[in-house]
Design a protein. Structure first.
Length: 196
């Protein structure tokens, strides 16, 4: 559900022939794999002595994988969100903010938005003209559109987070977890929703 219909159509039509996929599908799939791998390792690192403590190693890895995937798409959890470390809450909040692929059931600013901005940063740092990926050049307005999406979502998140922090007595980490979950339509909670 988090990949999007365009990606699934490419997979259906071209099977595992990645070279024939559209640029959109290549971007979504490659950045999704990166987020899953990086998210799994980071979740394991920040939660191994907390919510994963006492579980067998294979179960710790599975819980870490689940903790890296579901904040971006489904909003389910295998560990208690209220018991996450500050690092675990922060990681989950970032993953919820990013979300899934365009045209998917996932919320967030979308993986392509973050990927385009990362490519734009790389292009600027390397003094490369244009943004190139998978042998294709992105349009010149792609980074501008991505920046607008990021700015609007970030502004809304900060504004709502500030209002809640100013009127309620919750921690910033828990508040932003709830706010980003709501804005990104994830459905996860750090236990504050019923107390607001």
């Amino acid at each position: 559900g988090g990949l999007g219909f365009i990606v699934w159509e490419n997979i259906y039509v071209y099977k595992l022939n990645f070279r024939r996929y559209s640029l959109h599908s290549k971007m979504v799939l490659s950045f999704t794999v990166f987020l899953i791998l990086a998210g799994t390792l980071l979740f394991f690192f920040v939660e191994k002595d907390n919510t994963l403590l006492g579980k067998p190693f294979d179960e710790q890895l599975l819980c870490s994988l689940f903790g890296a995937v579901t904040p971006r798409t489904a909003g389910f959890n295998t560990v208690d969100n209220t018991a996450l470390t500050e690092g675990g809450k922060f990681l989950s909040t970032v993953l919820m903010f990013i979300g899934g692929g365009p045209g998917s059931t996932a919320g967030g600013v979308k993986v392509t938005t973050i990927f385009v901005l990362a490519l734009s940063v790389r292009s600027t740092l390397t003094h490369t003209k244009g943004i190139n990926i998978f042998g294709r050049r992105l349009t010149t307005d792609a980074p501008v559109k991505a920046a607008v999406v990021l700015f609007l979502n970030l502004s809304l998140s900060i504004a709502v987070g500030f209002i809640i922090c100013a009127t309620q007595h919750f921690s910033l980490a828990d508040t932003m977890f709830e706010v980003i979950s709501a804005i990104s339509t994830v459905g996860m909670s750090a236990g504050l929703t019923g107390q607001l």
